[in-house]
Design a protein around this ligand. Structure first.
Ligand code: UTP
Length: 419
């Protein structure tokens, strides 16, 4: 412990973060140990770099780098039925041959929804009530019924919700799915930083406030956790990666898979036409000739409203976190990870006098990587435009748009029949 303490002390002094040990002597042994482990796990150099970037962006605004141009897409609905059948057959063969896996990203904090456990444990008020995890398990079970094989299901959690997620699956007997076909892996976390001082947020006397490193943390997490190696060992060639919070997500869509197989491309993303110019979804485009998504917070007014003469949006294909990747993407991308974007959030913190302050306005930076930054590693990708009402019912907010109520209505519309 002394050795660890010494190392932690040196590190915090080197990087001007001594406040992290200010209450150390007041902690019991277990909490002391946990705090030292947290400190030794922080990449202080990265933290410093991210803070400096955030301050620069704050002063200069976020600059959209590179030349943004439109990207093409295929529209599922306008393809002939025989073509779609052909893709479906190809996709089903891949699934039956064990070359396909579904990946669910469930490491987010779900702050907007305000649910206290992992987002996947949130129940949608359909008849009978189902949790978001169960809805996805149900879709996988249906494929098993149809094909006679269990599609491997990889679930990304965070250090914050991993235990609760695993316990929920255990309590619910894995929703009847094959336990040995479900794999949990944990994504990384990064400390939150006070925006005015650059100090790492201490949320309790012995605890650094950390946040999951964004859905873009998935690639490094798959490498470090062994999930990628496991897929390779199993001979998996394609993985669908989606979020936990879309009750219409098609985890095993043979048509999309078949389309990808014949396309010769390594990555593909489902899109749908944005609801209005300012819908809170990123839009597909090209940046410097490579596929890219501009996040909604970074879309300019001009870009949001640009239309062709026929009235269609120039940048109208919204990204809905339904993407397909060939396993070879890991060879192209390496293990460096994706760039971090800055969010500005409210983070309760421990003041110097030991009092916990709940700020009324954002006070801390949180850093997140976005999965779609991976697209920019490739020259080309397939954009597969589908119908919103059939495949997109996100659960983001407590009420209003994209809430449990809107998701329930969409699920009752056609979700119960969608596999
Ligand atoms: P969102 O970006 O909507 O975040 O995640 P969220 O955590 O669910 O909700 P807010 O923003 O805190 O309200 C979209 C999907 O990506 C996953 C989420 O679990 C969700 O399935 N995600 C997000 C992760 O797995 N890890 C992250 O670090 C962030």
């Amino acid at each position: 412990m002394n050795d660890k303490f010494q190392k932690a002390k040196e590190l915090t002094e080197k990087y001007g973060q001594q406040h992290l040990l200010a209450f150390y002597d007041e902690l019991n042994d277990a909490d002391k140990e946990a705090l030292l482990d947290q400190i030794l796990g922080v990449n202080f150099e990265l933290v410093e770099e991210l803070y400096n970037n955030a301050k620069r962006e704050e002063a200069e605004g976020i600059k959209q780098e590179g030349e943004i141009t439109p990207i093409g897409c295929v529209v599922k609905d306008s393809m002939p039925a025989e073509e779609l059948d052909r893709y479906t057959q190809i996709g089903l063969e891949e699934m039956k041959a064990g070359r396909y896996a579904a990946v669910t990203m469930a490491g987010g904090q779900g702050t907007r929804l305000g649910h206290s456990g992992p987002k996947g444990t949130f129940f949608i008020d359909i008849e009978p009530k189902k949790s978001l995890f169960e809805i996805q398990a149900m879709r996988l079970a249906k494929k098993h019924e149809e094909l006679g094989v269990y599609i491997p299901w990889y679930i990304m959690t965070s250090r914050e919700n991993d235990g609760a997620t695993r316990a929920f699956f255990e309590e619910n007997s894995y929703f009847g799915y094959d336990k040995d076909s479900i794999f949990f892996f944990v994504q990384n976390m990064l400390p939150m930083i006070h925006n005015d001082t650059g100090k790492i947020v201490l949320c309790e006397k012995g605890k650094i406030k950390e946040g999951a490193d964004g859905h873009g943390g998935i690639f490094t997490a798959m490498i470090s956790s062994g999930a990628m190696a496991d897929m390779k060992k199993r001979g998996i060639k394609w993985m669908f990666i989606g979020g936990i919070d879309n009750v219409l997500v098609r985890l095993c869509d043979p048509c999309f898979l078949g389309y990808m197989v014949q396309s010769g491309k390594l990555i593909g993303g489902k899109s749908l036409i944005k609801r209005d110019p300012y819908e809170k979804a990123g839009v597909f485009c090209m940046r410097d000739g490579k596929p890219y998504v501009v996040e909604y917070t970074e879309v300019s007014d001009e870009m949001a409203n640009a239309k062709y003469e026929n009235g269609e949006w120039v940048y109208g294909d919204a990204h809905i976190l339904c993407n397909m990747f060939n396993i070879e993407v890991f060879d192209v991308m390496g293990d460096k990870g994706l760039p971090y974007h800055t969010a500005f959030k409210k983070a309760p913190y421990m003041a110097e006098n030991g009092e916990i302050i709940a700020p009324e306005s954002p006070n801390a930076y949180k850093f997140e990587a976005f999965i779609f930054d991976a697209f920019n590693f490739f020259d080309d990708m397939a954009i597969f435009r589908i119908k919103r009402e059939e495949e997109f019912a996100p659960v983001k907010n407590k009420d209003g748009e994209d809430s449990p109520a809107t998701a329930k209505a969409l699920f009752e519309g056609c979700g119960k029949d969608i596999w």
